[in-house]
Write a protein that binds this ligand. Structure first.
Ligand code: DGY
Length: 322
């Protein structure tokens, strides 16, 4: 019987489904206390299911039987894909279920940053709302402004649709190739990165983290943005240089930011971002709804089942291994 190691909580019905076909070791979380037991189980594993765990060459050396690693997430920057492929191990992700949910959160961060919802919520709670709100607490409009989407993939397109059709915004985008459909359907305009940064009221990062997107937004790029620009990061933390972001916010190089992801997660308790008024912070919750997280787990289990049953998983990232 194949052995599967699950290293994240998944719904009971999915665990039962796996247990009907495989011997299953389940870890809700890998900690210092259970790490050696986890590593021992991994040694005999045919399949792994979870999210975020770094699947590196050194880790793979400890998993000689492995045939598939199934990520319960769209992002797979925790995978050494080249190494997995070299060893003939299938890698899968679960990108379909979270598109609209993540776009909702990104738009929530955008609205909250522009209209200062989180900041003014704090003011009310601190009993500092003592009369009509003054100019110093005014926000800025979202409707009819320009949004620049960096990385027009599934999530970028879902954000663009909300912006163009819901808020009458002009949509600029930047990615490796043109997206003719978004151009036709949403009037989106392709730009190079400096042009997008210089023309957008809202700059929205929705691209994956790779060697070439690491610190894509750094001091030079902040300097290219408008002083009234608001930056939203719903992709991965290291897409931007967090230190340069803090400096840009302090110096009013840009106006505000809405962040769901960070260079180091969870965000360090001494991060300067925590004390900044003009930043909205959410704890990597892009896909975190009951419905979406369940569907992502369903998809990831399906990928794992398909791989171990000799079929092609629906979200295979390295088809070369087949
Ligand atoms: C993803 O699936 O990549 C989301 O960021 C949640 O991790």
């Amino acid at each position: 019987m194949d052995h599967v190691v699950v290293y994240q909580p998944i719904p009971e019905f999915l665990l039962e489904k796996l247990q009907q076909k495989f011997s299953v070791s389940h870890f809700n979380k890998v900690t210092d206390d259970n790490r050696s037991e986890f590593e021992q189980k991994v040694q005999g594993a045919d399949g792994l299911l979870g999210a975020g765990w770094p699947i590196t060459r050194a880790f793979l050396d400890k998993a000689p039987n492995l045939r598939v690693v199934s990520n319960i997430s769209a992002g797979y920057d925790n995978f050494d894909i080249e190494e997995l492929t070299k060893r003939g191990i299938m890698a899968t992700n679960s990108p379909d279920a979270l598109t609209e949910t993540t776009a909702d959160l990104i738009f929530g961060l955008l609205l909250s940053s522009a209209r200062r919802i989180a900041e003014l919520d704090r003011l009310v709670r601190m009993k500092q709302w003592n009369g009509a709100i003054k100019n110093k607490h005014f926000g800025v409009d979202v409707h009819h402004k320009t949004i620049g989407i960096v990385g027009m993939g599934r999530i970028g397109r879902a954000v663009a649709r909300r912006a163009a059709l819901g808020f009458n915004m002009k949509v600029l985008y930047h990615r490796r190739s043109r997206d003719k459909e978004s151009e036709r359907m949403l009037g989106a305009e392709y730009c190079d990165l400096p042009e997008l940064l210089g023309s957008s009221d809202y700059v929205c990062l929705t691209l994956p983290l790779t060697d070439s997107t690491y610190h894509l937004i750094d001091e030079q790029e902040f300097n290219q943005m408008k002083p009234e620009a608001i930056l939203i990061n719903g992709g991965r933390g290291p897409l931007l240089n967090e230190e340069a972001l803090v400096t840009a916010l302090k110096n009013n190089t840009i106006m505000a930011a809405g962040l769901d992801v960070y260079e180091k997660e969870p965000l360090s308790h001494d991060s300067e971002l925590l004390s900044m008024r003009n930043v909205v912070l959410s704890p990597h919750t892009g896909s975190a709804t009951e419905e979406t997280r369940t569907q992502m787990a369903v998809d990831a289990v399906e990928n794992l089942l398909q791989a171990l049953q000799g079929e092609t998983p629906m979200n295979l990232l390295n088809p070369e291994v087949e």
